[in-house]
Every structure is written in structure tokens, then in C-alpha cells.
Design a protein around this ligand. Structure first.
Ligand code: HAM
Length: 417
């Protein structure tokens, strides 16, 4: 028996109301803030993700789905969406549009991770990227947008966690200080952290091992090493958040797993905290577009996993509007009715009515049972006798009442109801 690959799930019809609602809210909040939709391919050149600066990140070293196509080109299933959006920005010359260019996306994202609740090998991200403007106000805009989106779904008690990890000028100085702090304690850290000390020192700060956590708590803080420009930027972000009444918590250990961040980084955590609890992750990435071959261009954005949002909606017992059930079920009895029903279904659909047509030679009782199970509001019954008389029987499934309606007046009858 085949099963969906490990770490992937089928989104069955019963789940679709959640997905439709979340995606519709995402589109609506983006409209309010002027973000336009972009869709990038599900796979990209391997090098777009495996940039020199990204070496040593889990994403590149452990999580990407990498393959060669039949021409020998090395490709990667999209492991995140920021780099693809930046690639599209450069490729399509969006730097000549009024800046910032505000974009959003909804799409499948692939990471070879250890599956668990809220962590999959294929997940779906909604994310926003604002490109071409260095203002701290834009960092605040994307945080506010992400929060507005989550609150519009009814999610409450969200915590915004904020940090600044400096820029290409001040971060290296801090990294040296951090490495020195860890060198003295290298016998006490986990094996992964010993590798991080050399390959990805900032990630030392968010190791989950209890012994490493204590060391990270006592580590020098990057806020003490920010250059004046980064310090001003970070202060302005905080001031604007306060003015807007957006509560946040500073956490000097928040560094994020991707390589490209500069200055502001943030996450949004839901009510219940757990290992995989961040529902939103984002930040500023002022060097990324240059890294992938464009002119030096600032950027800031966030992404959120729709699976994690749906999980939280269910945990908090937050309902979503049901998807519309088919309004009309078309039942038929007898050979000539079967053919006439197909014609009638087509004319009702072209008048804009959703029609589920019965198939096969089921009894009328079985057809009515099916209409009920599907939640149809009306069942149109067509027998050979009705075909001859040019009428149908319309049964109201809620009131259990029946009326006879001329076939050529059926669309008008439903329009009037
Ligand atoms: P990220 O933190 O790797 O950031 O992912 C963003 C969000 O995607 C997470 O907060 C989580 O909700 C969801 N997510 C990530 N991995 C998984 C997974 N394996 N299963 C289920 N959900 C997952 C980024 O991807 C950045 N590109 C965000 C960004 C945009 N930064 C700036 N702009």
C-alpha cells in the first residue's frame, strides 16, 4: 500500500475550510497593506540557496532536497521563499519600480527535517517581503501585518520576540567576542555547539541543550556591540512598536537559523510554547540581494507556516466559516431521465448553480440519502414521466416539501429562492 511520503500530509476536503479561510485572510491583510502576490517556481538553482554565506546553516547542510534533472542541472526544491523572491526582484528589474516593492506569497516549501507535530517535510508558507527600503518603519510594518493577520484569525496571546543581530560591520566583532566566551567553555558544550563555534557561531545562542542554554544565557549580548547605525535602527523599531501599542519581548539569544539576516530579527510565538512553537519568523536582510547578484538593496519580511496556524486554530477551538455545500442534487430514475438529467445539469450550471449529479442506477431513496449526506439544500428529481411532461420535482431537503416546476423555469425558480 502506498502512503504519502514521511513528513507530508494530504489536505483532505474536510480540512479545506481551514486552508481557504487562512489563505483568504492572508490575501485580505496583504490588500490592506498594499502587498502584491508573487508565485515563484517550486524548484530553483541549487546555488540560489547554497550561497557562500549560507554554508554551515542547517538549511543548506541538512535540509534541502537536491536533485539533478535529466540535463544534469543541479536543482533544489524551494527550501524557503525569501531568496526566490529576491531572485525574481533582480531578474525582473523590480528595482526600477517605486521602492519599496511589497510582495507576498503562498506556497509549498520543502525541508528534510525530522517530522513531528507542526514540523513537516513539505509545509506551506504565507510570507511577505518588502524590498528596497532600509527604514525601521518597514520592519515594524511587517511585524504589524503578521500580527494583524494572526489576530484576524482569532489567535490571541501572541508574543513578539525581538532582537537585532547587527550588520556586516559590527557583527564580526561580536562574533569574535562570542567565540572567545565559548572557547573557555568548549569542554562543557554539546558536540553540535563545538562545530557551531567554528562554522556558525551565532547559532550557539539558540542551542536547546540545557548545559548550552546556561552558557548562552551568560554570553555577551550583541546589543552591547551594535554599531551606532544598527543601534539607532533597533531603537527606532522599538519606539515605533511602542507607539503602535505592539507589545514585544527582547531576547538577546534570538538569532534565527538562516544566514541572511541583518539588524532586526523577530519571531511570533503562540499561547502554548513548545519546541516548534514559533508560528512566524522574519527579519531584515540588507545583504541578500547583493549576494545573489543584484545591486545592494535592503529587504525585510516574514513567513509563517499554514500547518502551524491550522494547528493553533484547532487547539484554541477557533472555528472557520464552512465552505459552501452544493446547493442542488440532481436525482434521476429511468433511462430517458438519465440523459435528460445530464442536459438539465449543464443548463443549471451555466446559469451559475452548483449541481451534483447522481450517477448509476441507484434507488431514489439512496439518491436522497446521498443528497442529505452532501448537505444539498434541494434535490431535483427527474423520472421518465417528468421528462415526458417537461417538469421536475424539487424537494426542499430541510423542510421535506416537494413542488413541481417546469424544466425550462428551473433556473428562474432557484434564482427566486
Ligand atoms: P523560517 O523561520 O525558517 O523562516 O520559517 C518561517 C515559518 O515557516 C516558521 O515560523 C514556521 O511557522 C514555518 N515552518 C518552517 N519550517 C517548517 C516545517 N518544517 N514544518 C512546518 N512549518 C514550518 C523562513 O523561512 C524565512 N524565509 C522567513 C523570512 C521571510 N525572513 C524574512 N523574510
Amino acid at each position: 500500500m502506498y502512503k504519502a511520503p514521511r513528513g507530508t500530509v494530504d489536505i483532505l476536503p474536510a480540512e479545506q475550510a481551514y486552508w481557504a479561510h487562512v489563505q483568504q485572510r492572508a490575501a485580505e491583510v496583504c490588500r490592506l497593506y498594499g502587498y502584491e502576490r508573487i508565485d515563484t517556481p517550486a524548484f530553483e538553482d541549487y546555488d540560489l540557496f547554497a550561497r557562500r554565506d549560507a554554508a554551515g546553516t542547517d538549511l543548506v547542510e541538512k535540509e534541502m532536497y537536491v536533485f539533478e534533472d535529466r540535463s544534469g542541472q543541479k536543482l533544489t526544491l524551494r527550501a524557503e521563499n525569501t531568496a526566490p523572491v529576491c531572485r525574481a526582484y533582480v531578474e525582473h528589474g523590480m528595482f526600477s519600480l517605486p521602492q519599496p516593492v511589497r510582495l507576498y506569497y503562498l506556497g509549498a516549501t520543502f525541508r528534510y527535517e525530522r517530522p513531528q507535530a507542526g514540523r513537516y517535510r513539505q509545509h506551506h508558507q504565507f510570507g511577505c517581503e518588502a524590498l528596497g527600503d532600509p527604514s525601521p518603519g518597514l520592519d515594524v510594518e511587517v511585524i504589524e501585518l503578521a500580527l494583524g493577520f494572526l489576530s484576524s484569525l482569532g489567535l490571541q496571546q501572541l508574543t513578539v520576540v525581538l532582537n537585532s543581530i547587527g550588520c556586516r560591520q559590527c557583527q564580526p566583532e561580536y562574533v569574535k567576542v562570542l567565540q572567545r566566551h565559548y572557547e573557555a567553555l568548549s569542554g562543557e558544550v554539546c558536540a553540535d555547539c563545538r562545530v557551531r563555534m567554528v562554522r556558525n557561531p551565532l547559532r550557539l545562542l539558540d542551542c536547546k541543550e540545557p548545559a548550552c542554554r546556561l552558557i548562552a544565557d551568560a554570553a555577551p549580548r550583541i546589543s552591547d556591540y551594535l554599531c551606532p547605525e544598527c543601534e539607532t535602527h533597533f531603537r527606532e523599531v522599538q519606539e515605533q512598536l511602542r507607539v503602535l501599542g505592539i507589545p514585544f519581548t527582547l531576547n538577546h539569544k534570538l538569532v534565527r537559523g538562516l544566514d541572511y539576516y541583518t539588524r532586526t530579527v523577530f519571531e511570533i510565538l503562540p499561547q502554548r510554547e513548545g519546541g516548534q512553537s514559533a508560528i512566524v519568523g522574519g527579519g531584515r536582510y540588507d545583504g541578500l540581494i547583493e549576494q545573489i547578484g543584484g545591486k545592494s538593496t535592503p529587504g525585510v519580511g516574514f513567513a509563517t507556516g499554514i500547518e502551524r496556524i491550522v494547528l493553533n486554530l484547532k487547539e484554541q477551538q477557533l472555528g472557520v466559516p464552512a465552505l459552501p455545500a452544493p446547493r442542488i442534487y440532481l436525482a434521476h430514475m429511468g433511462d430517458s431521465a438519465r440523459l435528460a438529467a445530464a442536459v438539465l445539469a449543464r443548463s443549471l450550471r451555466s446559469a451559475g448553480f452548483g449541481v451534483v449529479a447522481s450517477t448509476g442506477g441507484k434507488s431514489l431513496k439512496a439518491q436522497l440519502r446521498q443528497a442529505n449526506a452532501l448537505g444539498a439544500r434541494h434535490t431535483v428529481i427527474l423520472g421518465d414521466d417528468e421528462v415526458q411532461r417537461g417538469v421536475v420535482t424539487v424537494r426542499d431537503m430541510t423542510l421535506n416539501e416537494q413542488v413541481t416546476v417546469p424544466q425550462d423555469g428551473l433556473a428562474a425558480y432557484f434564482s427566486s429562492r
